[in-house]
Structures are given as structure tokens and as C-alpha cells.
Design a protein around this ligand. Structure first.
Ligand code: GLC
Ligand code: CA
Length: 543
């Protein structure tokens, strides 16, 4: 019975079969000529978004911010950044998108704020701890180098610029002080270690609830939660993760009553604690090895955990699906229908097109849109926008010499007009430069054109929409993990993709009685499937 209850809980129905569209608000559509995308621009493009066949939009943070980290440094959780519009614009977007069957997900950056948040300014101006408990983590004695690391995105002590004396703990950049959700281990000799139920952490948990309530009451469908499992601090990473998960479980209890349809999607994988899962999905991030082993061709840089060998979806055909499949199986262990997000790309790393010719995208997109995941299509990937190398460090895009995120954040390429239709601003005042390639892909050039990437995306998503077996819930069973990669969806659909340049053949009983419903360079005769290089096919039973 309990297992059933869990299934129901994690089965918030719309998400399990949904397709998400990821919008980096800076770069989608500028409506007022200031060179930066905005909500009005998104409202103006809603018909286009609907035409793709997606069900929800996930926006990167669009709240008031000094943008040291592209808005992942929030200065006011309850106000849309003026450069994107107003709260009323967001409400209008929610309504107009809703009329077209599209839900809106916001990005909740709750582990840290901006140094410009009023909470931080107040504590910085004080001469000691807040009487009701500090919202941030302060210490007065000189920190020794300890559990923190130099990797970008890990907590470190930062010397306070004053007036308050001492150091504060940051989460990512120095401008992103960690909010105080307490520590797993307390120690009287280290008074900054508040227990999780200390007064400061309690204030912050209350604020978190208020932020959720504020936006959910405006009709927002839910949140992607930034660094969701880094709220509670501990020297042992795992314990901090577990304690953070407990905070979300408590929040979920409240959501179950207050907003039972609200969806929470973590940045990353929710730890399996044995307790009910608080989030509605896991997110296999493009930056981590299981996803990167399929798609990353190292355009955006090479991170310590990235293998030197080619991705599986690579013309050389020297990759492997093993790591991906192992991780997938592990995530599904707890619940065979657990929603797992798989993105084409995101604002933190590369793009699907990186290192790939357009003709290579068919196999990758067929996989991403017919695997039993919740696909997330990153804006621009539907036309095969490129990752642009060597761009300047705009809004904290460059995390380390190894790692530049600007290349996957460039303006959407709509047409052949000025600035590719993104903005009426002078080219040198755009948020980031437009791909200078005269042959850069655009929506206008691909719209309605048979065989274009845009048409393929629309066709695949339309097929997925009318075929329940290709959506999130139906079982996904691997038939061949190598080249060609083949898997069954439900009992009557077999998907085969050949990401490499060389042709590939597969003999399998599963193909008996099947025909190609959709595909390119794919033939089936009896139990034998033949695929051209870069071929793909979705097979079904002929009746
Ligand atoms: C997440 C975001 C990333 C941001 C970081 C700090 O990883 O995806 O863009 O820089 O959190 O908030
Ligand atoms: Ca604008």
C-alpha cells in the first residue's frame, strides 16, 4: 500500500508525460530594444513555443538581481527583475500560456541570495548576530582551510567587507552568500553551526514557504530548484544532502495540502533516503558524466569528471551507453515510473549541436524525445544553434579557465533581420553576441522545411504526443546498448538510432512484424534492421 501511495505522490500526472522548453530569459526575445530578452518577448512568441509541441516552460531565474551570476544571485525573490518586466507581466504570461496548454516553471535559488538582498545588507550592517537568528552563516574567528574546496560552486568562507566583522559562508561566487539552513553537526566551540531547527534556519524555512506560496498563488506550476541538496551544511557531503532532503520533505507535506499540483524538480538527483521522495523528478544534468558520456564533445570545456573518450552520440562511434544506463536504472529502482528529466542542453554547459553536423542531430533528438524521460528542450536546440566558443565573461558565465557557459547562452536566432530577429538594439549592446556565421540556423529558414531540424523536432514531439507508449510512463527496455542503440517502448514500439557515421545492422526478434513509423535511413525486413550512418527509426507493429 505504501508503495502505491508513493507512486501516486510522484505521479503528478502532467509532468510525467510532459515535454519542457528551457528558456534563458536574457536571450530569447527582446521586445523593447534594450538588448536583453524579456517576458513580453516570450508572450509575443507563445504561438511559436506552442508550435513545437511542448507542455511547459522552465525559466532560468528572472527575479531582481545584480546579475553577478546571471540572476542566480537573487536580491528580491518576490519581484521580477525590471529588465524582464513586472510581476503583472508574469501573471499575464502564466494566463496566456495556460490558455494554450503551457505551464510555467520558475527557478528557485534558495540556497543563497545576492549580497544585495535586503537580508544580507541588514546582517552586514549589524554589529553582531541578529536577535531572532542569523539568516546567513557568520563567524568571527579566522577560518582554517578545511572542508571547502577550490572547485567553483562549492562553499567557502569570504571575509566580510564590513561593517560586520568576520567571515560569511558563500555557496558559489563571493556575491552569493549561503542562506543559513543549519548544520548537521553542532559544536559549542564553533557557534556559527546552528542546528537545523535553530532560530535562523527556521526563519529561512518560513521564508522559503512564503516564496513558494507567493508564486504558486499566481498560477505558476512549480519550480526547478537550484542546488536543492546543499541547504544544510556538513563536512561529509552525504549527510548534508540527506538533511537538505528532509527540509524538502517537510515542504512537500505543506504543498500536498496547499498546492497539490505544484511540481518540484531538483537540480540533480534526489537522494534516496527511504522516506517519501519530496521532488517529482530527478534531473540528469548535462554537466555530469552520465549525460555527458552520451552527448558532450567538450566544446564548453572539460571538467574533472569528464571522460576523455568521445560521446556515444558521436560520428566516430567510439562511445558507450553503459554509464548512462546504469545511472538510469539506479534512479528508476525506487519507482519504475519515476520522472527523470533529460535535457538537450542547458544554461550551464554546452549545446546539443556542439561538435555535430546538423545531419547528426536526428539520432540524438530521436533518443531524447522517445526515451522514457521527461525531455527538456533548451531554446535554440530545436534549430541546432551552436555553442559559441571564446565569448566574454558576461554575468559570471566563465566559472574557470576550463569552463565558459556564455557559449550556450547566446540570443535566439529567429530570422535574417537585424540581430537575427532577437532585438532592435545596436549589435554591440546585445546581452551576448549573435552567432556570426552567415549560415547560422534560424527559425525562419527551417520553418515548414522538410528535413530541417525544426521540422524534425516538431514531428517527433507530435508523434510522442499521439503515442502514449513513447511518453514518460511506458516501460523503456534496452534491446541493444551499443551501435545501433535500440530500445522498446511498451510492447509495441521499438526505437533504433545509429549516431555514428558507419552504417549499422541489428537482428532482433523484437522487430518481427514491425514497420518503420517514422525515421530516416532505416529499413526493417523480418528481424533485421539496417541503418545508414546517422539513421534513426521508430518502429511499430503493422496491424
Ligand atoms: C546552479 C545553476 C548555475 C548557477 C549555480 C549557482 O548550478 O544552474 O547556473 O551558477 O547554481 O546558483
Ligand atoms: Ca528587453
Amino acid at each position: 500500500m505504501e508503495a502505491m501511495a508513493d507512486l501516486e505522490r510522484t505521479g503528478r500526472s502532467w509532468l510525467t508525460d510532459a515535454v519542457i522548453y528551457g528558456i534563458y530569459p536574457q536571450s530569447f526575445q527582446d521586445s523593447n530594444g534594450d538588448g536583453i530578452g524579456d517576458l513580453r518577448g516570450v508572450i509575443d512568441r507563445l504561438d511559436y513555443i506552442v508550435s513545437l509541441g511542448v507542455d511547459a516552460i522552465w525559466f532560468n531565474p528572472c527575479f531582481v538581481s545584480p546579475f553577478h551570476d546571471a540572476g542566480y544571485d537573487v536580491a528580491d525573490y518576490l519581484r521580477i527583475a525590471p529588465r524582464y518586466g513586472t510581476n503583472d507581466d508574469l501573471v499575464e504570461l502564466v494566463e496566456k500560456a495556460g490558455q494554450r496548454g503551457i505551464r510555467i516553471l520558475l527557478d528557485l535559488v534558495v540556497g543563497h541570495t545576492s549580497i544585495e538582498h535586503e537580508w544580507f545588507r541588514t546582517e552586514l550592517a549589524a554589529d553582531g548576530p541578529h536577535p531572532e537568528g542569523d539568516r546567513y552563516i557568520w563567524r568571527t574567528d579566522e577560518p582554517e582551510r578545511g572542508w571547502e574546496s577550490d572547485l567553483p560552486g562549492t562553499p567557502q568562507w569570504v571575509r566580510s567587507p564590513g561593517p560586520r566583522q568576520g567571515w560569511y559562508l558563500k555557496n558559489f561566487y563571493d556575491e552569493q552568500p549561503a542562506l543559513n539552513f543549519g548544520w548537521v553537526r553542532t559544536d559549542p566551540a564553533q557557534p556559527w553551526r546552528d542546528p537545523v531547527d535553530g532560530p535562523g534556519p527556521k526563519r529561512n524555512r518560513q521564508a522559503l514557504k512564503e516564496i513558494l506560496d507567493f508564486w504558486l498563488s499566481k498560477g505558476v506550476a512549480g519550480f526547478r530548484v537550484d542546488m536543492a541538496f546543499s541547504l544544510v551544511k556538513d563536512e561529509g557531503l552525504r549527510d548534508g544532502v540527506l538533511a537538505s532532503a528532509a527540509i524538502w520533505q517537510e515542504l512537500r507535506e505543506w504543498l500536498d495540502d496547499a498546492y497539490p499540483d505544484a511540481v518540484l524538480i531538483p537540480e540533480g538527483e534526489e537522494p534516496r533516503t527511504g522516506a517519501r521522495l519530496a521532488f517529482d523528478a530527478d534531473f540528469m544534468l548535462v554537466i555530469y558524466a552520465p549525460h555527458a558520456s552520451l552527448f558532450d564533445n567538450h566544446s564548453a570545456g572539460r571538467l574533472p569528471w569528464h571522460e576523455p573518450r568521445p560521446a556515444f552520440f558521436d560520428a566516430a562511434g567510439e562511445g558507450s551507453t553503459e554509464l548512462f544506463l546504469d545511472t538510469w536504472a539506479h534512479l528508476r529502482e525506487v519507482d519504475p515510473q519515476r520522472s527523470i528529466l533529460l535535457a538537450t542542453a542547458d544554461h550551464d554547459f554546452t549545446r546539443l549541436r556542439s561538435g555535430r553536423a546538423p545531419e547528426e542531430l536526428g539520432a540524438a533528438l530521436t533518443f531524447l524525445f522517445t526515451w522514457g524521460s521527461v525531455p527538456s528542450l533548451y531554446y535554440g536546440d530545436e534549430i541546432g544553434m551552436r555553442y559559441l566558443p571564446d565569448l566574454p565573461n558576461v554575468e559570471g558565465a566563465i566559472c574557470s579557465p576550463l569552463y565558459n557557459r556564455a557559449g550556450c547562452r547566446t540570443p535566439m536566432q529567429w530570422d535574417d533581420g537585424p540581430n537575427a530577429g532577437f532585438s532592435a538594439a545596436p549589435a554591440d549592446s546585445l546581452y551576448l553576441p549573435i552567432d556570426p556565421d552567415p549560415d547560422r540556423p534560424t527559425v525562419a529558414a527551417q520553418d515548414g522545411v522538410p528535413g530541417s531540424t525544426l521540422t524534425l523536432v516538431r514531428e517527433l514531439l507530435a508523434l510522442r504526443r499521439r503515442t502514449p507508449a513513447l511518453q514518460g510512463q511506458a516501460p523503456t527496455t534496452v534491446v541493444n546498448p551499443g551501435y545501433p542503440f535500440a530500445w522498446l517502448r511498451g510492447e509495441d514500439h521499438l526505437v533504433v538510432v545509429n549516431p555514428r557515421r558507419e552504417p549499422a545492422t541489428l537482428e532482433t526478434d523484437q522487430a518481427e512484424g514491425m514497420e518503420v513509423l517514422f525515421g530516416s535511413g532505416c529499413d526493417v525486413t523480418g528481424d533485421r534492421i539496417e541503418l545508414d550512418g546517422f539513421g534513426y527509426g521508430i518502429l511499430g507493429r503493422s496491424r
